[in-house]
Design a protein around this ligand. Structure first.
Ligand SMILES: N[C@@H]1[C@@H](O)[C@H](O)[C@@H](COP(=O)(O)O)O[C@@H]1O
Length: 251
């Protein structure tokens, strides 16, 4: 795992997008196509804006996968990750395909199977992800399942995760926030050839320090990224503010 501390949030997004763009272009040059995973949330604002601004990515050869989605939130709800991805990414670049998670599916088990089959047929070149204030990876809250081989699964959201969504302003009341989601599993995320993790904001400083410098534990799900050699975590200075001095010196 590599760590890059940028000078501000904008630069964090530019550096993360530049890394992701290089990896996408490399995959297309080598294989003729690329498969990517795209996350949502406040963490991805700058990264996705910088990614869609890159002019030399052959998007027609790129297939995208959706990292996680609430169960029971329609696509016109302000918190819908489908809405977020449509508006900020899918409508902005001419992708070969994008596989959304249907959080309104009547049979969520069938939806997980459909997505699992699709992603198994599309090995991922690069996953763009974030981490939660509670250290979650996608919607795998602590203690996360590090063992399941299932690519997509139904997960329960813990209170800290749901409070984060309220704090970011995606919902107007705590009660409105779903208690379940469909998420890519931890093992599926780790199968990505490369991982580009964007982490801005002081709200993430505690989780960032645990993820990067603490032990690998299911209680801090994103700490498993330490075991993935082709992961780069891009931080802004507030997110990096609780790292040890030696780590901060890598800036
Ligand atoms: N489940 C989403 C993830 O897709 C995201 O990567 C992560 C970080 O959240 P945020 O970017 O909102 O800070 O947790 C969110 O709740």
């Amino acid at each position: 795992m590599n760590v890059v501390i940028s000078k501000d949030t904008r630069e964090m997004g530019e550096l993360a997008a530049s890394k992701a763009g290089e990896l996408i272009k490399q995959a297309v040059a080598e294989r003729g196509s690329a498969n990517i995973v795209v996350a949502t949330g406040a963490s991805q604002f700058e990264t996705l804006a910088a990614l869609i601004a890159q002019k030399d990515i052959p998007w027609e050869q790129v297939t995208g996968f959706h990292l996680d989605e609430y169960i029971g939130i329609s696509t016109d709800h302000p918190a819908s990750f489908c809405k977020y991805l449509s508006e900020r990414f899918v409508s902005k670049v001419p992708l070969k395909a994008f596989h959304f998670i249907d959080g309104m599916a009547k049979q969520v088990a069938d939806e997980c199977s459909r997505l699992s089959d699709l992603i198994t047929a599309h090995p991922i070149d690069v996953a763009l992800i974030g981490i939660g204030e509670n250290g979650h990876l996608a919607f795998n809250d602590p203690p996360a399942d590090f063992d399941t081989e299932v690519p997509y699964l139904v997960v329960s959201l813990d209170e800290a995760c749901r409070r984060q969504q309220l704090g970011e302003g995606w919902f107007s009341t705590f009660e409105e926030i779903p208690t379940q989601a469909i998420s890519m599993s931890v093992r599926q995320i780790l199968k990505s050839n490369a991982i580009v993790c964007s982490v801005p904001d002081e709200r993430k400083a505690d989780a960032t320090a645990k993820v990067i410098e603490g032990p690998i534990t299911q209680d801090v799900p994103a700490s498993i990224l330490q075991s993935h050699l082709a992961t780069t975590i891009f931080l802004d200075p507030p997110a990096a503010s609780k790292l040890s001095e030696s780590m901060s010196a890598t800036r």
